[in-house]
Design a protein around this ligand. Structure first.
Ligand SMILES: C[S@@+](CC[C@H](N)C(=O)[O-])C[C@H]1O[C@@H](n2cnc3c(N)ncnc32)[C@H](O)[C@@H]1O
Length: 303
């Protein structure tokens, strides 16, 4: 759906994170979402706006942001506690494959949620499926603490730990080749593009051959990307929010190359387009996500 002219005029300011992402401010305009293999085309106005925005944040500030990435995420959870992101009930719906990755019905599925935040993805899964063990890590100590304090957390079914995916070897907490499925949900976008491969190599070491990475994150030309001002631009498709956390917006080509260079095989890689309503502004805005699936070569699961 095209935005009305009025709505386009309303999009002026760099949004606060809450305006674009929080559960209180956005909800779907309709139930539909469209999967497509082609990137969303910019409108002429959007094209004009983005072609004028070339000033990048200074190198000094960029280094500071990289150094303080963990601190900034931890402060994010200090401010928002568990109240920011919605429970991601769609994970089970969208990723039916989670169940298909069992070789036999009674098999306990082992999952790693990399960059788990406060557990919005894992707790709905644990609620839905008793026969699952979840490793969950995040580099914000506060987020990990919130996960451990959740009423659904129990050591028989979960193991949460603090870890920087780009630095700390996951094998300290997770057995090598020990995980059937890794979920990587709105996490890689928070990592500097030059360090994304390090995170994927780390994940690959704990994933079983034949295991799968389920990925969902911000896609190229998402509404949140177009609302950043030039003063927030760190590099191509890479921006910093007001709170110092960063966000990359993925093209499917960039993502496929990243995974394939790390030894994964692409199984699915599509844009998901949907409209959400920004309640504060009363307009529908176009959201673009990238939803993908990659396997680590080896004997296939569920066959
Ligand atoms: C947008 S939240 C998503 C949380 C969760 N996956 C979900 O779906 O609700 C992004 C998370 O990635 C974590 N993160 C960012 N960079 C990381 C890194 N290098 N290592 C581990 N976690 C990281 C942040 O602390 C934050 O909790």
């Amino acid at each position: 759906m095209e935005l009305t002219e009025d709505a386009k005029c309303d999009i002026k300011e760099t949004p606060s994170r809450e305006e674009v992402e929080s559960k209180d401010e956005t909800s779907p305009c309709g139930t539909d979402q469209t999967k497509t293999s082609v990137a969303r085309l910019l409108t002429p106005e959007e094209m004009e706006k983005s072609s004028g925005e070339q000033t990048l944040v200074s190198g000094f500030k960029q280094m500071k942001l990289e150094k303080e990435a963990q601190k900034n995420w931890d402060l994010f959870y200090k401010r928002n506690t568990t109240n920011f992101f919605k429970d991601r009930h769609w994970t089970t719906r969208e990723f039916e494959e989670l169940k298909a990755y069992r070789e036999f019905e009674s098999q306990r599925l082992v999952l790693l949620e990399a960059g788990c935040g406060v557990g919005n993805c894992i707790f709905p899964l644990l609620e839905d499926d008793l026969n699952i063990f979840v490793y969950a890590c995040d580099f914000s100590p506060r987020a990990v603490e919130f996960v451990k304090r959740n009423a659904l957390y129990c050591p028989e079914r979960c193991c949460a730990f603090q870890c920087d995916l780009t630095k700390d070897d996951l094998r300290t907490n997770v057995p090598e080749d020990g995980v059937d499925v890794v979920t990587l949900i709105f996490v890689l976008s928070a990592v500097h593009p030059e360090k994304m491969k390090l995170a994927l190599q780390n994940i690959s070491r704990v994933l079983k051959p034949g295991g799968v990475v389920l990925f969902r994150d911000y896609g190229l030309h998402d509404h949140a990307m177009l609302r950043f001002k030039s003063g927030n631009k760190l590099g191509e498709n890479f921006y910093v929010r007001q709170d110092g956390t960063r966000s990359y917006f993925f093209s499917k080509e960039f993502l496929a190359e990243l995974f394939e260079d790390t030894g994964f095989q692409t199984v699915a890689n599509d844009y998901v387009l949907r409209e959400t309503v920004n309640k504060k502004e009363g307009i529908c805005v176009p959201r673009v996500f990238l939803q993908s699936k990659f396997t680590k070569p080896g004997p296939s699961h569920g066959s």
